[in-house]
Ligand binder design. Structure first.
Ligand code: G
Ligand code: G
Ligand code: MN
Ligand code: NA
Length: 250
């Protein structure tokens, strides 16, 4: 409850909240092709609170729409200056169920001047499967406007493979739990290979998350991943640091 009150105040005063960005790299050329927006909340006494803690609190407290729209606004405004393909924004299941979600995204795109095709929303398969009927109209409307859809944490849901055909998405993001297995005793590489083959057969792009070693990067580019993301390549950073990477004004 205390954390909910503090989050409400942070949202109202716009203090302590910041959006960080983690670049995505082409597995072939190594160029930056996109970035993922990741919200950060720093409290005066407690330091950084993880979004895995405060996003669920925001969802229960009815604050996720406000938080999510703020992240979208920040991300679209920032990305419009950057020479990257897409800016990816994580979207909560609660936002996706809201009947006005697609409309709000459209307004934010207009205000920011970002081309719809340069925005990608990241959804998790569980959020979608559990609420397909409510989520589908939003996803259909967004795709009709050109917005891209990515399935995040792919492979962690109970039915990824059987459901992939039913998802109308552009990209899957292979969960980092598989990537961390590359080269270890619990080698995740046969599963990754199967995921990539399936994605390619379905015409989807593939991003691998959580790339932390050169061995993982090499393996993932060899087997056909389109883009790579992880601490080996870059940590999430503030918008100003991204501006500096691209030498654009803040
Ligand atoms: O950035 P970090 O690894 O700490 O993120 C932890 C989790 O929080 C990830 O699952 C990520 O998808 C989620 N997350 C980060 N930023 C956002 C956001 O803006 N909205 C939502 N819904 N989830 C986010
Ligand atoms: O669930 P989602 O894929 O949105 O989560 C992204 C989270 O993964 C972010 O919190 C980000 O900080 C984190 N992350 C990004 N790259 C790496 C990495 O190489 N290793 C680990 N352990 N986490 C990472
Ligand atoms: Mn994500
Ligand atoms: Na993920």
């Amino acid at each position: 409850k205390e954390i909910e009150t503090a989050l409400r105040a942070a949202l109202e005063t716009r203090t302590g909240l910041e959006v960080f960005y983690q670049p995505l790299y082409s597995a072939q050329s190594g160029a930056i092709t996109g970035a993922e927006a990741l919200v950060r909340w720093r409290r005066p006494q407690q330091g950084f609170i993880s979004p895995t803690i405060f996003v669920p609190i925001a969802e229960e407290a009815g604050l996720i729409e406000q938080l999510g729209e703020w992240v979208l606004e920040q991300a679209c405004r920032a990305a419009v200056k950057w020479p990257i393909g897409t800016i990816s924004v994580n979207v909560s299941a609660v936002q996706l169920r809201n009947a006005h979600f697609a409309e709000r995204v459209t307004e934010i795109l207009k205000q920011s001047g970002l081309e719809p095709a340069r925005l990608e929303v990241e959804i998790t398969e569980t959020s979608f499967i559990e609420n397909a009927a409510n989520c589908q109209p939003n996803l259909t409307a967004l795709r009709a406007r050109g917005v891209k859809i990515a399935l995040d944490d792919f492979g962690t849901g109970y039915s990824s493979f059987t459901h992939l055909r039913n998802f109308d998405v552009d990209r899957i993001k292979i969960d980092r739990s598989f990537v961390s297995g590359i080269g270890s005793t619990e080698d995740g590489s046969p599963i990754i290979q199967a995921i990539i083959d399936l994605a390619k057969a379905s015409g989807l792009k593939v991003t691998a998350e959580g790339v932390e070693t050169a061995e993982q990067r090499f393996f993932l580019s060899q087997i056909g991943c389109n883009s790579l993301q992880g601490y080996l390549l870059s940590r999430p950073m503030p918008a100003k640091a991204m501006d500096a990477v691209f030498r654009v004004g803040g």
